[in-house]
Each structure stands twice: as C-alpha cells, then as structure tokens.
Write a protein that binds this ligand. Structure first.
Ligand SMILES: Nc1nc(=O)c2c([nH]1)NC[C@@H]1CN(c3ccc(C(=O)N[C@@H](CCC(=O)O)C(=O)O)cc3)C=[N+]21
Length: 286
C-alpha cells in the first residue's frame, strides 16, 4: 500500500508568518505615511554564541522584509552588568527605538532578570518584562511572549476551538510554558502544565486536545503518547550534526494528529513574525 500523505495536517508556519509579516508591512507603510514614524528594533546580543547570532540574524532579516529599522548591539562576552544596564538605559531613552530585544541566554556572569526589568515595558518586544507578564496573567494581553502568541495565532488561523478543550503544555519555562498556560486560560481552555517532574507524563499527553511541547528534549513525544485527532505544537529545538529536531517525533505522531507543526518551518517563523508585530504596536503607541 502506498504511504499515506499527511501534508494537509501540517501547520505551515512559514506561510502563516508570511501572512502576518504582510499585515505588519502594511501597518509599517501606513505609520510612515501618516505619522512619519519608522519603527525601530534594537537587538542586544552579548557574546558570540553561534546559535544566538543566527537567531538574531533571522530577526534582522525579518525587519528588513517588513520595513522596520533594525540595530544590532553586539556586545563582547566580557561585558559587565553595569555596561549592559547602561546600554539598555540608552536604548530606553531613544525616540527612534520602539522595541528592545535582549537575546537570551546571557553569559553566566550576567543577571538576565535585572536586565529584563530595566527594559522599558513599552519597548519590551519579547513580552518578558514582569509588568507585561503580570498583565498577561490578568487577561490584558499587550506585549506578550512571541512564541506562545504565535501558537494562539495559528490556532485562530486554523479555526481550532480552544474554549472547553484540554490543553496540555509540556515544559514550564518563563518564555513558553507559563505564558502559554496564561493565554490558553484567558481563552477558557482547561489547562494542564507538565514538566520534568511530572510523575506520569503520558497520562496527561494522551488526554490532550491541544498539546504544546517545549522542553528541548529531542523526540520526547512519541505516537503512543498522543490522542487521535490532537492539535500539536512543537516548540523544541535540538541541533544535532547540523540538523534541527523538535520535541515531537513528527513522522510517527503526524499519523495521529489532526494538525501538527514541523521543526523547522513551524513555530519558529511565527515567533519572529509576532516579534515584528510587537515592534509595530510599540511604534504605533508612541
Ligand atoms: N530574547 C529572546 N527572544 C527570543 O525570541 C529568543 C531568544 N531570546 N533566544 C533564543 C530563542 C530561539 N528563537 C528562535 C526564533 C526563531 C527560530 C526560527 O525561525 N527557526 C527556523 C529554522 C532556522 C534554521 O535552523 O535554519 C524554523 O524553525 O523554521 C528559531 C529560534 C528565539 N529566541
């Protein structure tokens, strides 16, 4: 028998992100024409980590596509906390910079919490500032973490019902799991948050109508751990021998899912498109 073709189950993050970027580009053009404002994003990267450099490059390329001015603040590995704080304060004060993105992770000797706290919440393109996280928790979603927002956008685009559904999140990080839980609760899902200490992970994943996995454990989620018809978002990235892998064993899990994101080409491009949207939002509000 011929291999079944599961292409229609794939959530195409690349084409979704193109659609979002097209909307952002229109907004940017309008803002330029009507108010003479050019949205500006400053990225801060401390050190020379190759993966971080690659991610920052992807963000700059996206800025170029949508007409956002992008500045690369690449600071040396030896940067002190004081120097980093000073740079953030300079960018906070600049009228032509509407979004500030501090690329994570920072080198060991730097404290990311105090650095993120120093970023003007109105310029917090990542949505990581405690003020914006707090707003998210009380249902006021402005600048929110880009990856979970991208998941929500994809659910909307594919007309997946959220209310009343059991959404299971694997991974309780500040950048994905926790904000994802808040966004799904805000939309009346029943939410379970699992993580490395969860006693019986499969008990939860098997019951998930919507499954979001962000752990960084390659192919953690196998076909026998998911429910028939589940909608699955793979937020994991593991690099191995020049290839990227997700947290979901896509080739087998796709046979049970109704919709599923691949890695690459899934939530990654969406994350960047939402980031562009945030810079436009901040520039529009200034
Ligand atoms: N302050 C901060 N904000 C971030 O948003 C942030 C961060 N720090 N640190 C690192 C992670 C990682 N991240 C990615 C975004 C897009 C892709 C992406 O678009 N990936 C392509 C593949 C690219 C390739 O590997 O060729 C894809 O999935 O199709 C990947 C990773 C943002 N991060």
């Amino acid at each position: 028998m011929a291999e079944e073709n599961y292409d229609s189950r794939k959530i195409d993050g690349r084409s979704l992100s193109k659609k979002v970027e097209e909307q952002v580009k229109q907004g940017v053009d309008k803002l330029k024409a009507e108010k003479g404002v050019i949205p500006g994003l400053a990225t801060i990267l401390v050190g020379e980590d190759p993966a971080s450099k690659m991610y920052v490059r992807l963000k700059h390329k996206a800025c170029e596509r949508v007409g956002i001015h992008a500045e690369d603040h690449n600071m040396p590995e030896s940067t002190t906390q004081e120097e980093l704080m000073l740079r953030i304060q300079e960018l906070n004060a600049r009228k032509d910079i509407h979004g500030i993105l501090l690329q994570l992770p920072l080198p060991e000797h730097l404290d990311d919490k105090s650095a993120m706290l120093a970023i003007d919440p109105a310029k917090d393109a990542d949505g990581f500032h405690p003020y914006n996280m707090g707003k998210l928790l009380i249902g006021d979603e402005g600048l929110v973490p880009c990856t979970p927002k991208g998941v929500i956008r994809a659910l909307e685009e594919y007309n997946v019902e959220i209310q009343g559904k059991h959404a299971v999140i694997v991974g309780h990080s500040n950048v994905v799991g926790k904000p994802m839980a808040a966004m799904l609760i805000n939309r009346n899902a029943t939410v379970s948050v699992c993580h490395v200490f969860t006693d019986d992970l499969t008990k939860f994943t098997l019951d998930a109508d919507i499954l979001v996995v962000g752990t960084g454990v390659m192919h953690l989620i196998k076909a026998d751990m998911v429910k028939e018809g589940a909608v699955i978002f793979d937020v994991g990235i593991t690099e191995k021998e020049g290839k990227v892998y997700g947290d979901v064993d896509f080739d087998n899990v796709v046979k049970k899912a109704s919709l599923i994101t691949p890695v690459p080409g899934g939530v990654g491009p969406m994350t960047i498109a939402i980031l562009m949207e945030h810079v436009l939002m901040s520039a529009s509000n200034c």
